[in-house]
Design a binder for this molecule. Sequence first.
Ligand code: ADP
Ligand code: MG
Ligand code: MG
Length: 882
Amino acid sequence: MSLTITQNSPAWKDARPVDANYVYDFDEPSEGGRALLGGKGIGLAEMTQMGVPVPAGFTITTDACRAFMRDGDLPAGLAEQVDEHVRRLEAKTGKSFGSTEDPLLVSVRSGAAISMPGMMDTILNLGMNDAAAEGLAARTGNPRFAYDSYRRLIQMFGETADGIDGHAFESALTALKKQRGVQLDTELTADDLRELIGTYKEIYRREIGSDFPTDAREQLLRSVRAVFRSWETPRAQVYRRAHDIADDLGTAVNVMQMVFGNKGDRSGTGVAFTRDPSTGASGVVGEYLANAQGEDVVAGIRTPQPLDAMREAMPDAYRQFIETAERLEAHYRDMQDVEFTVEDDKLYLLQTRAAKRTAAAALRAAVAMVDEGLITKEEAIRRIDPSQLDQLLHPMIDPKAKLEVAAKGLNASPGAASGGIVFDADSAVERSKNGPVVLVRWETTPDDIHGMIAAEGILTVHGGMTSHAAVVARGMGKPCVAGCEGLELRDGTATIGGTTLREGDVITIDGGTGTVYIGEVPLVPPQLNDDFETILGWADEARRLTVRTNADTPEDAARAREFGAQGIGLTRTEHMFFGEERLPVVQQMILAEDEAGRRAALDRLLPFQQSDFEGIFEAMAGLPVTIRLLDPPLHEFLPAEDQATDERMRQRIRSLHEANPMLGTRGCRLGLMYPEIYEMQIRAIARAARAVHERTGAAPLVEVMHPLVAFQEELKRLRALTEHVWAEEAPDVAHLVGTMIELPRAAMRADEIAEYADFFSFGTNDLTQTALGFSRDDAEGKFLTKYLQDGILQRNPFETLDASGVGDLMRIAVERGRSVKDGIKLGICGEHGGDPQSIAFCEEIGLDYVSCSPFRVPLARLAAAQAALAKAGTGEYVAAGG
Ligand code: ADP
Ligand code: MG
Ligand code: MG
């Protein structure tokens, strides 16, 4: 993103040397961009430089935050730089900070490089004290407004800078409203508010043991420290971990002149999106509150009105706002989420950033923007977060189901979720260990974040489309129904339409329609919509990698084909041994005394396997299908020792027992110990291929895959076996023979192995286990969880490929394999084949295909396109603002 700097401000010329400079005015050039100024800061600077009306102010850089985290206090010189910039702000505004007659009031706002909505703290109306409130009251002739601003400062400062529990202030406010017999804050008079200020100051004194600070400079510097400290709060850390945000980014601090939406009926504040963040439909949508300050909308204290209300109340400001919002979208070439305030009919923009949106909205908006000529197809592809597509690929409520609606709220974030209800975040975490939960709250706050992560869906009684619950849920791709006023929460129960529910009772929510149902509701598989197809079509043109699927059944294969799979990268044959009629035969085979006994049993298994393969081959006619021969150790098919029916069986079970089955007699070792097993499987595959070929004229391209090869000699022998059987059964049907690369030795000796392989398929689940020496079952949930928590590892290597370790083995295997056989086919069939970052790595090392579970195929198509475009350097996208 390039910054156009207007260098006409005389002040910046005598700025300090860059290394010591921690503070920049909004209209002052800086080199550091978003990383230095934070998303909010860069947005404010850019808007200022575009000539959009923004209150004047300055940004304290993330460098200062990092210094603060390192030294535990503000870096040397920072306080003086802040003083200097306050002086410039005074000069610009003609008001003076700390004055009691015409006070300059400012806000202190956090803003990291990556948007963390609601995670960090903001303090408004700094510079207020008793005398300043009187001065402002006299000057504006609006004492109500002056006292309202002051009481807000005491509360926000008390909460944020000094950690006072906000409830103390809230209950004082509620008590006063009750006493006066009013519903809304706005109905309190100036005198009421003056009284409230007295109460607030007492609360402050009681909690902190000293008086509320009246000195403006002290208020400001303490607030800056508080924002820096808020970077390290547990809730901010949890959010960063959930969103993969580095801990050392730090936050910037923005100090800006206050503009007042709480001055009366010609004033107000709002939040809007340049397109609908739920559906992506064109046109500005938003919410507006008359006579209020910014945090009222976000905090859901009063339920805001749609923007139309503003159009009626103040048509000029409304029109100017719509124009500005459209200008911002055109400038950033992306959907924006903006905050604004109107003070006495004059509009100010306070923030702009790339809007968080649902997957459906992301697709709709991207397609529309290509149609409008705003962005290219490549940009459209690169802007969609592939992991977000999951939302559209998950079950929805069956539209044909006859359902009784229990309550209606706002359709805050789409998707359906069923689960036992929980009323707080900690219970959500606890109960989610035993099954899905839906978090039900009056309103969520940033402190609920861990519960929101644990829950399948979120239901709130209060708050609008831009409430915390709605924004965060959309970001996480979780279903959310907000503002469900028909729901009553009392003493650990929820009452909906006469039914009282307790913790654990099941409800279903549909965040796409805002509907709540009692009990579990039938869900149906998702449908790909037109926008989805359009974007994926563009992705298919842009990608180089082929996308296959891992499928063990004809149903999975057919579904994956609908999602665009171009073949099967892994069919596991072992599940075919578990069928009700088959397992006894399999056990008979394993228990047999000798080869003849085993062959007799295998002969009975062959037709089962053959018919399974026929089903899959028919579903994949014309496409490649990789079939892996039996991989797990044999004892997995036997009952536990104490269930043996006789002594012989007991002995056999005991003799097959292994201390480390993962590293034991499995994979091709099994095939070499008992060649008749692989022989039967190869025969079944060949017969199936031939039968399908004869029946339909279109056989798939069969790839017979030998698992867990470490040595050339293993594959050499197994290849000979494969060719021998194939020649007997289907000499005219094409096929390939290859191996998985899932042991470090195989990767290192890929050149030798390639002599006998037509293809390699990286089995990165096992390769990760064997390269790291981690047994997945023993790692996840145990030491690996701790490693991730403590930052020893940044990512779970079973989810995202360990590119530098396991990835290097792959790189070596690719290089050495190709050095012997130029055209050797290379793919990946581990779970990493469906992970966007790992797919990018596969593109980088030049694999031919990735293979993943059917539901991840669309995501992989998109991720593969993004990887290809990234490699080519086309369509790069950096989100705006923050
Ligand atoms: P968040 O990142 O949580 O949205 P913000 O820093 O954006 O926090 O501020 C919270 C609210 O206060 C917003 O609604 C914002 O518009 C409002 N606000 C911040 N600074 C000012 C200001 N100088 N004048 C008026 N309102 C402000
Ligand atoms: Mg904001
Ligand atoms: Mg394996």
